[in-house]
Design a binder for this molecule. Structure first.
Ligand code: 11C
Length: 342
């Protein structure tokens, strides 16, 4: 069987990646509707030898749609009710529904069983959460996790195309000895902006409770929900770095029982969607330059943390637009097809 698909936010970075992956993975689509805001409507997108006209999304766009892939943003909240009403399964990449108890929050390699509980909407976790969850899961299966300390190094593309353009223009200005302008990062909506070129900004999204950022708290709350384990202590520091694509994470994990470095390597190497890249003698470790446009999450620099019992340090890198967004969403759809859930 083939499915009628709608992509909401088809012209953005995640929308474009949906198209790349649908082609690459030979996703069984019948009709494909590319939807966006009024501003992008009318744009022509060539896909698999055919020209598609981007349509302005309205509630009625979701009539006869089986799977609605939402790239994210405020459009999700606006159109999810109509899509569900028309009987589509919405796989949503925004943060709007993630913490709703009636909405499964899914990384297919980690908690596929949650998909069955859906009532029309399935949420895709935040990119930094997905990348961390992929590295945690094979280790969590071996020994319960007591505490996680994570610091991220997040690419500018996580903040949208404007942030990529801003990094480019700032580097250009610096090279040409011109004044540098900053209008986008940490977040366009904030009153103040900082240069990202040759800098790092320890501020992603807005500040929420106890001076943590929303991005940091997403890593805490979403991980608890995905693992359905609210006992794990998690503390995060999320940082924007002048990298185009792929988020990196330094993760310190304290287990309830010992997990040796060799065992961790064996478990990670065997886990689907993870590539172990850990050979210090050969200077082999994951780096964002080489993990971009790849589907897997790469793990290396695995070391015992000698300062505390039963703890390991990991360096984890993954393409946040692929596994951190579009690929994870498409894998949810593939899982549903494979298990007759659609
Ligand atoms: C970033 N993680 O890198 C963000 C982007 O909740 O889906 C994705 C935000 C989200 O800025």
């Amino acid at each position: 069987r083939k499915y009628n698909i709608a992509i909401l936010g088809a012209t953005g970075a995640v929308g474009q990646e949906f198209l790349n992956l649908i082609e690459e993975r030979n996703f069984p689509y019948d009709n494909l509707k590319l939807l966006a805001s009024k501003r992008s409507a009318g744009k022509i997108i060539s896909f698999m030898g055919k020209d598609f006209t981007v349509e302005e999304a309205t509630d009625d766009s979701f009539k006869n749609i089986d799977i609605a892939l939402f790239a994210g943003g405020s459009a999700s909240t606006k159109f999810a009710p109509a899509a569900v009403k028309y009987g589509a399964v919405v796989i949503d990449n925004s943060s709007a529904f993630r913490m709703d108890p009636s909405v499964p929050l899914v990384v297919p390699e980690v908690n596929p069983e949650a998909i069955q509980q859906h009532k029309g909407i399935i949420a895709n976790p935040n990119c930094s959460t997905i990348i961390m969850a992929m590295a945690l899961k094979p280790l969590y299966n071996q020994a319960k996790i007591k505490r996680i300390v994570v610091s991220t190094y997040q690419a500018v593309s996580g903040a949208g195309k404007e942030a990529i353009d801003e990094l480019d223009s700032q580097v250009q200005a610096i090279v040409e000895n011109r004044p540098v302008e900053a209008n986008i990062l940490p977040s366009a909506s904030l009153p103040k902006h900082y240069q990202i070129a040759f800098n790092v900004i320890p501020h992603i999204d807005v500040f929420v409770e106890d001076n943590y950022t929303k991005e940091e708290m997403k890593m805490v709350h979403e991980t608890h929900k995905i693992f359905n384990d609210y006992t794990i202590g998690i503390t995060a520091t999320t940082v924007r770095v002048p990298i185009y694509r792929s988020h990196s994470e330094s993760i310190n994990i304290e287990f309830v029982e010992e997990v040796s470095v060799d065992k961790a390597k064996e478990l990670l190497a065997a886990f689907p969607g993870v590539i172990l890249q850990d050979n210090p003698a050969e200077m082999l470790y994951p780096m964002p330059l080489f993990t971009s446009n790849q589907n897997e999450v790469f793990v290396g620099r695995i070391r015992k943390d000698n300062s505390v019992q039963n703890a390991l340090n990991l360096w984890v890198v993954g393409d946040q637009i692929r596994k951190g967004a579009a690929l994870n969403a498409l894998q949810i759809a593939e899982h549903m097809i494979e298990h007759n859930l659609i």
